[in-house]
Design a protein around this ligand. Structure first.
Ligand code: 13P
Ligand code: SF4
Length: 302
């Protein structure tokens, strides 16, 4: 392990590269990364990076977003087949159909979408800023794609808007049940429960705090309680446990593992830096249109 980590550090210097890793990545990937964060923080980091190469340890739509914000940089996705099933649930044709059905509605796309879907949308959002992005829009009717659970959560926070939901979902967060929530509450009644808004609405309704991965981490870090039940992917436990050794963290469900997020290995990172594996390339026209929806999001939430 030490040898491969040294090789990665050397290659990184040679190529003037930065490694970005999502909070759900394996522990060893988070350790080798320059920046670990949620999808919002990583989008910003990609935009601001002064490096020639970005190695994006996450899933495909995240690396695409980095490319949209940094078109002049080489963006590499070390695990070529790391996708997000939720992002694959909506197509540009679906968005066109919805726009024709609701012509006065604004289309807000979750960042968990392809660049081609972003290109058909008015504005993008992440789980950390969806409420603010929607509140800032002048339109009353909002088409929210693709996550019906995040959409439902936002609709409850912004009751003054009419949110038209799509039927997408995260296969990992959807598996957490109300029964598991009740069981966790019984075993650990004193613990705070922090969940991601991609969970089912009945799970979200029982939480003490709802937020993006970075917001969940920040909440647990800041609050004085010493026990937390974590309702998002297992990867967030790495940072939490490392930096809060006097606190205890419990995963809400053993099913909270995203197989795509776990695909990236140290060997993949080394290969990416050595052989440019899975370089992200995008159609110029799609890039131009999709970038507008992300830049608009960054204007609301800089
Ligand atoms: P965050 O935006 O909270 O990092 O989440 C991304 C994601 O894919 C959640 O499943
Ligand atoms: Fe996609 Fe869910 Fe994995 Fe996030 S956890 S990348 S939404 S499948």
């Amino acid at each position: 392990m030490e040898e491969i980590i040294n090789q990665i550090h050397n290659l990184k210097k040679q190529r003037n590269a930065i490694i970005l890793a999502h909070n759900y990545q394996r522990s060893e990937i988070q350790e080798v990364a320059d920046i670990v964060g949620d999808s919002y923080a990583l989008s910003k980091a990609a935009k601001e990076a002064e490096h020639d190469v970005i190695v994006f340890c996450g899933v495909h739509f995240m690396a695409e977003t980095a490319k949209l914000l940094s078109p002049q940089k080489t963006v590499l996705l070390p695990a070529a087949d790391a996708g997000c099933p939720m992002a694959d649930m909506v197509t540009p044709a679906d968005v066109k159909t919805l726009k024709a059905k609701y012509p006065d509605a604004a289309v807000v796309c979750y960042v968990n979408t392809s660049a081609a879907v972003k290109a058909e949308s008015d504005v993008c959002c992440t789980s950390s800023n969806a409420v603010d992005v929607i509140k800032a829009l002048p339109q009353h009717n909002i088409i929210f794609i693709p996550d019906a659970h995040l959409g439902d959560y936002v609709a409850k926070q912004v009751p003054e808007k009419n949110i038209i939901l799509f039927d997408g979902y995260c296969i990992t967060h959807k598996r957490v049940t109300l029964k598991e929530v009740e069981a966790a509450r019984k075993v650990l009644p004193e613990a705070k429960m922090l969940v991601h808004p991609e969970c089912l609405p009945e799970v979200v309704a029982k939480a003490d705090f709802v937020g993006s991965t970075a917001q969940i981490i920040a909440f647990a870090q800041k609050h004085l309680d010493d026990k937390f039940i974590i309702g998002t992917e297992q990867g967030v436990l790495h940072w939490l446990q490392k930096h809060n050794q006097h606190k205890k963290f419990y995963l809400l469900s053993p099913k909270l593992i995203c197989p795509n997020m776990k695909k990236t290995t140290l060997q993949d990172v080394k290969n990416a830096l050595q052989n440019n594996t899975c370089e992200i390339t995008l159609n110029e026209n799609v890039m131009k249109k999709a970038r507008v929806s992300i830049e608009k999001m960054l204007m609301v939430h800089a």
